[in-house]
Every structure is written in C-alpha cells, then in structure tokens.
Design a binder for this molecule. Structure first.
Ligand code: PMP
Length: 345
C-alpha cells in the first residue's frame, strides 16, 4: 500500500474513538525541582516513573537506524509489538491475519488471545512464500495483517525481498516484517521502506543480536501514523527504568555488540560444518539467523538423548519433520553439543 492511502481505514472503531490515558509525565515534559504530580514516593532510587516515551532510546535508535524518532515505538519485547498490532487493527471474532508456516508461534497465540482467525499458508521450496497461493487472499477485506518473519524462525532463511515488496505493493492491510534476527543476516533490513509504504511495520528486538533477552525490549519502526496508534494503545509506562537503562548501556557499547555478532557468525559456520559431518544429520538448512534448522534421523530421539546429556535444543519435529533447531552458543557450548551428538549411538 503506497503512502497516499489512509491507514485509519484499517483501525478498529473503538481504537479510533479511544481517548488515550494521559500520564503525569506525559503532561509535563520540562525540568523542575519538585515533582508532586504522580503520587510517587519521594524516597528511593527507582521511586520515579520511567519516561513513558523512552525519548533517549528513540534518539539513539533514530541515529543508528536513520529513521525519525516519531517512526519508533519501544515495547516490552517484540511480543508487545505483535500483540498491540492485533489490538489496534483486528476486530475480535471478525477480522483475520495471515502467517506463513512454519513460523514463530506467538503470531498464532496472540491471534488466539485476541480471538482472531489465522489463515496459515505453507512456505514452499526452501521455505519461501508462494505468491500464487497468496494471491486470492490479498483482496480479502477481513484480512488485516500479514506476518512475514525474515529471517524466519525456525527455518532460518530470509524471505525473498522481491516477494515482500510484492505483498507491500498489492496488499491494502498491515504487513508486519518481523526482523528479530536481522542483525545475523546477509540480507538488508526493510526498515528503509517505511517512508514508501505506510502499511509496513518492522519489528526488531534487543533480545537476540543485542544480547538482552532478559531485559524485554522490542522495537517497531513504521510510518508516524502507525506509531501514534501504538502510543495511544500501549500501557503508559510499558518499559521500566531498569530496562531503558540496560538498553542505553548496550547502545553506548555498540562495539562489543558487533564483536559478539561476529563471533556468533564465525561459530555458526563452524557448527554447521561440524554438524554436516555427523552420520545422524541428513541436512543442515542454510541460515541467516543465530540458529540452525537441522534434519536428523529421528528428531524425538535426538532431542531426548541430548536432554540426558544436559544439552537442550528445540525439537521442531511437529513443524518440520525430523528437524531440530539449534541456537549457536559459545565455542565451548557448541563443542559440547557436537561431542554429545558424536556419541549418540
Ligand atoms: N520474533 C521472532 C521471530 C522470535 O523468534 C522471537 C523470540 N524467539 C521474538 C519475535 C520475540 O522477541 P522478544 O524477546 O523481543 O519478545
């Protein structure tokens, strides 16, 4: 959908009419000596509410990602980015979303929580989108959101950029491109397209490449109109002071983050090579993420065996027959996994 169409036509009626909560910190933005406006306790270190708009983080991200601060939403993990999209755009019991399976399980769970039907399209030929199969749905009025996970979890591959672009051009609903793993990928982010397509939401996270899964901070990048909707629907103080501080610390130490990504990519190649030599391994799928989808003789057996060896991987047998998903760990962790797998028989 090109930038001249009105995103408001996609918004739920009750959200359009919503009068957002205005917090004490929303109403006063300047500096002052005495704050008696938010019923806070005057004692302690963390006694004040956090910045509800996370301005410092947005300013840093704006410089790094080359987008405007009003094109950024900071959420409590990208799971909040996903859930709020349902609550903004999808009328419960009426609207639908579309996912390409196998993919990240939270789209489905979030849909179920919000009583939204999911149309599941299987990925084909090395886990790519079939535009032919998708075509009839693009004009479906009740279809509000298409989720594209790229690089995709659990398959690891990126989705063809031309296919993503085709969907953006031809679908009049919201397209969420989940780029949780983008910093491990050889493909470019779609973030540069948010000025061109006003129905595009890019979801990224501090949980993976930034190494802050414990912190719970996810980010949505989109046209200003969508970000305004997110800000109206989110809980006022959705990202705590501690979480904001942890993110800022990491952003200010970006060299270490880059170094860790390089190490993970190096280890990913070594792990892929080592796995490929094992007799139980049938196929190691190509990956653009920090994990590998691996087809083995018997996924259930391999999974159980590794648990006994105190190594936990993800059994994806129900999603992709006899496949396991292995996260790239440290050199020592990967070696421990490989040596356990060598002794499986
Ligand atoms: N998207 C994808 C594709 C994921 O795999 C995950 C986590 N496994 C998430 C989003 C959730 O990220 P967050 O920790 O930011 O909620």
């Amino acid at each position: 959908m090109k930038n001249n169409s009105n995103i408001n036509n996609l918004v739920r009626a009750n959200i359009k009419a919503l009068k957002a909560y205005s917090s004490a910190r929303d109403e006063f933005k300047g500096t002052a000596d005495v704050f008696l406006d938010a019923n806070e306790n005057p004692f302690g270190d963390l006694n004040r509410y956090p910045d509800p708009q996370q301005r410092e983080i947005k300013e840093k991200l704006s410089a790094i990602k080359k987008v405007e601060t009003n094109q950024i939403f900071v959420g409590n993990g990208s799971d909040e980015v996903i859930d709020l999209a349902f609550r903004i755009f999808c009328e419960p019991g009426k609207d639908k979303v579309l996912t390409f399976s196998p993919t990240y399980g939270m789209y489905d769970v979030s849909a179920n929580i919000n009583n939204i039907e999911v149309i599941e399209q299987p990925l084909i030929n090395d886990f790519q989108i079939s535009l032919n199969q998708l075509q009839p749905y693009l004009d479906f009025e009740e279809l509000k959101i298409i989720f594209i996970c790229s690089p995709n979890n659990p398959t690891g591959n990126s989705i063809n950029p031309e296919d993503i672009e085709y969907i953006l051009e031809n679908f009049n609903g919201i397209v969420i491109v989940d780029e949780a793993y983008i910093d491990f990928s050889s493909q470019a982010s779609f973030i540069k397209k948010i000025d061109k397509y006003n129905n595009l939401i890019i979801s990224q996270t501090f949980s993976k490449a930034w190494g802050l899964a414990g912190v719970r901070v996810g980010v949505a990048y989109a046209n200003e109109a969508i970000i305004k909707l997110y800000n109206r629907v989110k809980p006022p103080y959705n990202v705590s002071t501690l979480n904001q501080e942890a993110v800022l610390k990491s952003i200010n130490n970006v060299e270490e983050v880059t170094q860790n990504i390089d190490t993970i990519l190096l280890e990913r190649t070594k792990l892929k090579d080592a796995l490929s030599t094992l007799s139980i391994v049938k196929k190691v799928y190509p990956t653009d993420a920090n994990f590998l989808l691996v087809e083995v003789d018997d996924a259930n057996k391999t999974y159980q065996y590794l648990i006994e060896k105190k190594v936990i991987i993800r059994n994806r047998n129900t999603q992709v027959k006899n496949c396991i998903r292995i996260t790239v760990g440290t050199k020592e962790e990967n070696e421990k996994l490989i040596s356990a797998l060598k002794n499986i028989n």
